[in-house]
Design a binder for this molecule. Structure first.
Ligand code: 3SU
Length: 176
């Protein structure tokens, strides 16, 4: 039942080609955000939607540049889960969380990083006041999850190391 409902939503956004473009994703995400008064953000840019689609392509190993039903469902469920974490830390509904709260939020999302990585994430995603707003928070977690999944896909024997040629490395880093 719930899945059928989801499929209907997807169909409505995707249209006949049954794939969602970056622009369609931007419109649906920003429409949902505007319905959530407790998410005070200017919404997702086209660029961040392009990046999320590329990262879903990396996660599902299909480089179409658009979201199919499986990729959209995965992204949607992740954003639904992560927006709850964001709201928990953005108690004053300022629309952003500070770098300390970001560390805890990333932990709550199930990622175990080291201090250097937390600093890198703050540098990459925080605004001039060292706060991370909602769409940056989501973009960061989408990237984190996709990079973990890509590593695991390359680490066939599970020994925690991967071996990539320079072109394989560029294919991963330039697209994702
Ligand atoms: O507040 C809620 O219970 C839900 S279901 C929130 C959301 C569920 N999917 C979302 C996507 C974006 Br973008 C923003 C908020 C949500």
């Amino acid at each position: 039942e719930e899945d059928q409902q989801f499929r209907t939503i997807f169909q409505e956004i995707a249209g006949d080609e049954m794939e969602i473009t970056a622009n369609e994703l931007k419109n649906v995400l920003n429409r949902v955000i505007s319905e959530h008064k407790d998410l005070n953000t200017e919404g997702f840019s086209l660029e961040s939607c392009r990046s999320m689609i590329a990262l879903m392509d990396v996660s599902f190993m299909d480089g179409t540049g658009r979201l199919n039903l499986q990729e959209f469902r995965h992204l949607w469920n992740k954003i639904k889960q992560w927006q709850g974490i964001f709201k928990h830390y953005d108690a004053d509904q300022s629309g952003s969380i500070n770098s300390y709260e970001m560390r805890n939020a990333v932990n709550d999302a199930g990622f175990r990083l080291n201090n250097q990585l937390y600093d890198i994430i703050t540098m990459r995603y925080a605004n001039e006041n060292m706060n991370i707003d909602f769409d940056s928070f989501i973009s960061c977690l989408v990237r984190l999850e996709a990079m973990f999944r890509a590593f695991q896909a390359f680490d066939q024997d599970g020994d925690g190391t991967i071996r990539l040629s320079v072109l394989e490395w560029l294919q991963l880093t330039m697209y994702a």
